[in-house]
Ligand binder design. Structure first.
Ligand code: PRP
Ligand code: URA
Length: 210
Protein backbone atom coordinates (compact mmCIF):
# COMPACT_ATOMS: atom_id res chain seq x y z
CA UNK A 1 0.00 0.00 0.00
CA UNK A 2 1.41 3.42 -0.88
CA UNK A 3 0.95 6.68 1.02
CA UNK A 4 -2.16 7.64 -1.02
CA UNK A 5 -4.04 4.71 0.55
CA UNK A 6 -5.03 5.12 4.19
CA UNK A 7 -6.26 1.98 5.91
CA UNK A 8 -7.87 3.28 9.09
CA UNK A 9 -7.36 0.64 11.73
CA UNK A 10 -8.85 2.45 14.72
CA UNK A 11 -10.35 -0.07 17.18
CA UNK A 12 -13.76 1.63 17.07
CA UNK A 13 -13.83 1.28 13.29
CA UNK A 14 -12.84 -2.37 13.42
CA UNK A 15 -15.49 -3.08 16.07
CA UNK A 16 -18.24 -1.35 14.10
CA UNK A 17 -17.17 -3.04 10.88
CA UNK A 18 -17.61 -6.42 12.58
CA UNK A 19 -21.23 -5.45 13.28
CA UNK A 20 -21.74 -4.63 9.59
CA UNK A 21 -20.20 -7.91 8.46
CA UNK A 22 -22.49 -9.97 10.70
CA UNK A 23 -25.38 -11.31 8.61
CA UNK A 24 -27.69 -11.17 11.65
CA UNK A 25 -27.36 -7.37 11.90
CA UNK A 26 -30.74 -5.92 10.92
CA UNK A 27 -31.46 -2.90 8.74
CA UNK A 28 -31.83 -0.40 11.62
CA UNK A 29 -28.49 -1.23 13.22
CA UNK A 30 -26.75 -1.61 9.87
CA UNK A 31 -27.85 1.87 8.78
CA UNK A 32 -26.88 3.42 12.11
CA UNK A 33 -23.43 1.83 12.16
CA UNK A 34 -22.71 2.83 8.54
CA UNK A 35 -23.37 6.41 9.65
CA UNK A 36 -21.14 6.09 12.73
CA UNK A 37 -18.31 4.67 10.62
CA UNK A 38 -18.70 7.51 8.13
CA UNK A 39 -18.27 10.03 10.97
CA UNK A 40 -15.11 8.34 12.23
CA UNK A 41 -13.67 8.09 8.72
CA UNK A 42 -14.53 11.72 7.98
CA UNK A 43 -12.51 12.75 11.05
CA UNK A 44 -9.46 11.03 9.53
CA UNK A 45 -10.05 12.20 5.96
CA UNK A 46 -10.17 15.85 7.06
CA UNK A 47 -6.91 15.75 9.03
CA UNK A 48 -5.17 18.00 6.48
CA UNK A 49 -7.78 20.80 6.37
CA UNK A 50 -5.93 24.13 6.46
CA UNK A 51 -6.28 26.31 9.57
CA UNK A 52 -6.13 30.06 10.06
CA UNK A 53 -5.19 31.99 13.20
CA UNK A 54 -8.00 33.81 14.98
CA UNK A 55 -8.18 35.80 18.19
CA UNK A 56 -11.02 35.13 20.60
CA UNK A 57 -11.82 36.60 23.97
CA UNK A 58 -12.17 33.83 26.57
CA UNK A 59 -13.75 34.61 29.96
CA UNK A 60 -10.16 35.01 31.22
CA UNK A 61 -8.04 36.62 28.48
CA UNK A 62 -7.48 36.95 24.75
CA UNK A 63 -6.45 33.71 23.04
CA UNK A 64 -4.72 33.42 19.70
CA UNK A 65 -6.16 30.18 18.39
CA UNK A 66 -7.16 28.39 15.19
CA UNK A 67 -10.20 27.75 13.03
CA UNK A 68 -10.75 25.94 9.73
CA UNK A 69 -9.65 28.34 6.98
CA UNK A 70 -13.04 28.35 5.23
CA UNK A 71 -12.09 25.56 2.83
CA UNK A 72 -14.93 24.82 0.44
CA UNK A 73 -15.93 21.17 0.64
CA UNK A 74 -18.49 19.01 -1.07
CA UNK A 75 -19.39 15.39 -0.54
CA UNK A 76 -20.58 13.19 -3.39
CA UNK A 77 -22.36 9.97 -2.38
CA UNK A 78 -22.60 7.31 -5.08
CA UNK A 79 -26.26 6.22 -5.10
CA UNK A 80 -27.65 4.26 -3.55
CA UNK A 81 -25.36 2.91 -0.87
CA UNK A 82 -23.27 6.09 -0.53
CA UNK A 83 -26.37 7.86 0.80
CA UNK A 84 -25.98 5.82 3.97
CA UNK A 85 -22.76 7.72 4.77
CA UNK A 86 -24.07 11.26 4.26
CA UNK A 87 -25.58 11.93 7.70
CA UNK A 88 -22.42 10.60 9.34
CA UNK A 89 -20.37 13.21 7.48
CA UNK A 90 -22.92 15.96 8.29
CA UNK A 91 -22.29 15.21 11.99
CA UNK A 92 -18.84 16.80 11.53
CA UNK A 93 -19.36 19.06 8.50
CA UNK A 94 -23.00 20.20 8.70
CA UNK A 95 -22.59 22.83 5.99
CA UNK A 96 -21.07 20.52 3.35
CA UNK A 97 -22.66 20.85 -0.09
CA UNK A 98 -23.78 17.56 -1.65
CA UNK A 99 -23.59 16.29 -5.21
CA UNK A 100 -25.22 13.01 -6.20
CA UNK A 101 -24.12 10.44 -8.76
CA UNK A 102 -26.43 7.53 -9.50
CA UNK A 103 -24.63 4.40 -10.68
CA UNK A 104 -25.42 0.73 -10.57
CA UNK A 105 -23.31 -2.21 -11.61
CA UNK A 106 -24.60 -4.22 -14.54
CA UNK A 107 -24.93 -7.67 -12.91
CA UNK A 108 -23.55 -9.42 -16.01
CA UNK A 109 -20.64 -7.21 -17.04
CA UNK A 110 -20.06 -5.49 -13.63
CA UNK A 111 -19.64 -2.25 -15.61
CA UNK A 112 -21.12 0.89 -13.98
CA UNK A 113 -24.29 2.35 -15.51
CA UNK A 114 -24.95 6.04 -14.83
CA UNK A 115 -28.58 7.10 -14.25
CA UNK A 116 -28.30 10.39 -12.32
CA UNK A 117 -25.85 13.24 -11.78
CA UNK A 118 -26.43 16.56 -10.02
CA UNK A 119 -23.57 18.65 -8.65
CA UNK A 120 -23.49 21.91 -6.67
CA UNK A 121 -23.18 24.78 -9.14
CA UNK A 122 -19.74 25.85 -7.77
CA UNK A 123 -18.35 22.30 -7.56
CA UNK A 124 -15.20 23.24 -9.53
CA UNK A 125 -14.09 25.47 -6.61
CA UNK A 126 -14.61 22.76 -4.00
CA UNK A 127 -12.61 19.88 -2.62
CA UNK A 128 -14.66 16.71 -2.95
CA UNK A 129 -14.99 13.61 -0.82
CA UNK A 130 -16.68 10.74 -2.70
CA UNK A 131 -18.67 8.36 -0.47
CA UNK A 132 -19.47 4.71 -1.14
CA UNK A 133 -19.34 1.90 1.43
CA UNK A 134 -17.97 -0.62 -1.09
CA UNK A 135 -14.97 -0.56 -3.45
CA UNK A 136 -15.14 -3.90 -5.27
CA UNK A 137 -13.86 -3.90 -8.89
CA UNK A 138 -13.46 -0.13 -8.53
CA UNK A 139 -15.49 0.46 -11.71
CA UNK A 140 -18.19 2.56 -10.02
CA UNK A 141 -15.82 4.74 -8.01
CA UNK A 142 -13.47 5.22 -10.95
CA UNK A 143 -16.35 6.30 -13.22
CA UNK A 144 -17.76 8.64 -10.52
CA UNK A 145 -14.37 10.29 -10.03
CA UNK A 146 -14.05 10.68 -13.81
CA UNK A 147 -17.44 12.46 -13.97
CA UNK A 148 -16.49 14.77 -11.08
CA UNK A 149 -13.19 15.65 -12.78
CA UNK A 150 -15.13 16.68 -15.90
CA UNK A 151 -16.56 19.56 -13.81
CA UNK A 152 -13.00 20.82 -13.18
CA UNK A 153 -12.63 19.61 -9.59
CA UNK A 154 -8.95 19.56 -8.60
CA UNK A 155 -8.86 17.70 -5.28
CA UNK A 156 -10.81 14.50 -4.74
CA UNK A 157 -10.70 11.99 -1.90
CA UNK A 158 -12.47 8.64 -1.92
CA UNK A 159 -13.95 7.17 1.26
CA UNK A 160 -14.98 3.49 1.29
CA UNK A 161 -15.75 1.39 4.32
CA UNK A 162 -14.60 -1.86 2.71
CA UNK A 163 -12.29 -2.40 -0.26
CA UNK A 164 -11.00 -5.28 -2.34
CA UNK A 165 -7.38 -5.18 -3.50
CA UNK A 166 -8.66 -5.09 -7.10
CA UNK A 167 -10.65 -1.91 -6.42
CA UNK A 168 -7.72 -0.15 -4.80
CA UNK A 169 -5.46 -1.09 -7.73
CA UNK A 170 -8.07 0.23 -10.21
CA UNK A 171 -8.34 3.62 -8.49
CA UNK A 172 -4.57 3.95 -8.13
CA UNK A 173 -4.18 3.20 -11.86
CA UNK A 174 -7.07 5.38 -13.15
CA UNK A 175 -6.78 8.26 -10.67
CA UNK A 176 -3.31 8.35 -9.08
CA UNK A 177 -4.04 11.84 -7.68
CA UNK A 178 -6.94 10.60 -5.51
CA UNK A 179 -6.32 9.71 -1.86
CA UNK A 180 -8.23 6.69 -0.58
CA UNK A 181 -9.58 6.15 2.93
CA UNK A 182 -10.79 2.64 3.82
CA UNK A 183 -11.54 0.86 7.11
CA UNK A 184 -10.42 -2.56 5.83
CA UNK A 185 -9.02 -4.31 2.77
CA UNK A 186 -10.51 -7.78 2.26
CA UNK A 187 -9.08 -10.82 0.50
CA UNK A 188 -10.60 -10.81 -2.97
CA UNK A 189 -13.71 -10.69 -5.14
CA UNK A 190 -15.86 -13.72 -5.88
CA UNK A 191 -17.20 -14.67 -9.33
CA UNK A 192 -20.11 -12.23 -8.92
CA UNK A 193 -17.83 -9.32 -8.07
CA UNK A 194 -18.71 -9.42 -4.36
CA UNK A 195 -16.08 -8.67 -1.76
CA UNK A 196 -15.02 -11.77 0.23
CA UNK A 197 -15.67 -12.04 3.14
CA UNK A 198 -17.21 -8.57 2.78
CA UNK A 199 -20.60 -7.67 4.18
CA UNK A 200 -22.93 -8.53 1.31
CA UNK A 201 -24.83 -5.97 -0.75
CA UNK A 202 -24.44 -2.67 1.07
CA UNK A 203 -27.35 -0.93 -0.69
CA UNK A 204 -29.75 -3.77 0.06
CA UNK A 205 -28.67 -3.89 3.71
CA UNK A 206 -28.95 -0.10 4.21
CA UNK A 207 -32.34 0.21 2.53
CA UNK A 208 -33.79 -3.23 3.38
CA UNK A 209 -34.47 -4.13 -0.23
CA UNK A 210 -33.65 -7.82 0.17
C1 PRP B 1 -22.45 -1.24 -5.11
C2 PRP B 1 -21.62 -0.33 -4.22
C3 PRP B 1 -20.72 0.36 -5.20
C4 PRP B 1 -20.47 -0.70 -6.22
C5 PRP B 1 -19.12 -1.30 -5.98
O1 PRP B 1 -23.46 -0.53 -5.71
O2 PRP B 1 -22.39 0.53 -3.44
O3 PRP B 1 -21.30 1.52 -5.79
O4 PRP B 1 -21.47 -1.70 -6.05
O5 PRP B 1 -18.79 -2.19 -6.99
P1 PRP B 1 -17.63 -1.90 -8.03
O6 PRP B 1 -16.46 -1.37 -7.24
O7 PRP B 1 -17.36 -3.26 -8.62
O8 PRP B 1 -18.13 -0.93 -9.04
P2 PRP B 1 -24.58 -1.25 -6.60
O9 PRP B 1 -24.18 -1.31 -8.04
O10 PRP B 1 -24.93 -2.56 -5.96
O11 PRP B 1 -25.79 -0.24 -6.53
P3 PRP B 1 -26.66 0.21 -5.26
O12 PRP B 1 -25.78 1.07 -4.38
O13 PRP B 1 -27.75 0.99 -5.90
O14 PRP B 1 -27.14 -1.02 -4.55
N1 URA C 1 -21.27 -4.02 -3.95
C1 URA C 1 -21.71 -4.41 -2.74
O1 URA C 1 -22.67 -3.85 -2.19
N2 URA C 1 -21.07 -5.42 -2.13
C2 URA C 1 -20.02 -6.04 -2.67
O2 URA C 1 -19.45 -6.98 -2.04
C3 URA C 1 -19.58 -5.62 -3.93
C4 URA C 1 -20.22 -4.61 -4.55
Amino acid sequence: MDDMVHVLEHPLLQHKLSILRDETTGVKDFRQVVGEIATLMCYEATRDLPLKEVTVQTPVAQAVTKKIAGKKLAIVPILRAGLGMVDGVFALIPSAKVGHIGLFRDPETLAPVKYYCKMPQDIAQRDVIVLDPMLATGGSASAAIGFIKEYGVQHIKLMNILAAPEGIARIRADHPDVELYVAAVDQALNDHGYIVPGLGDAGDRIFGTK
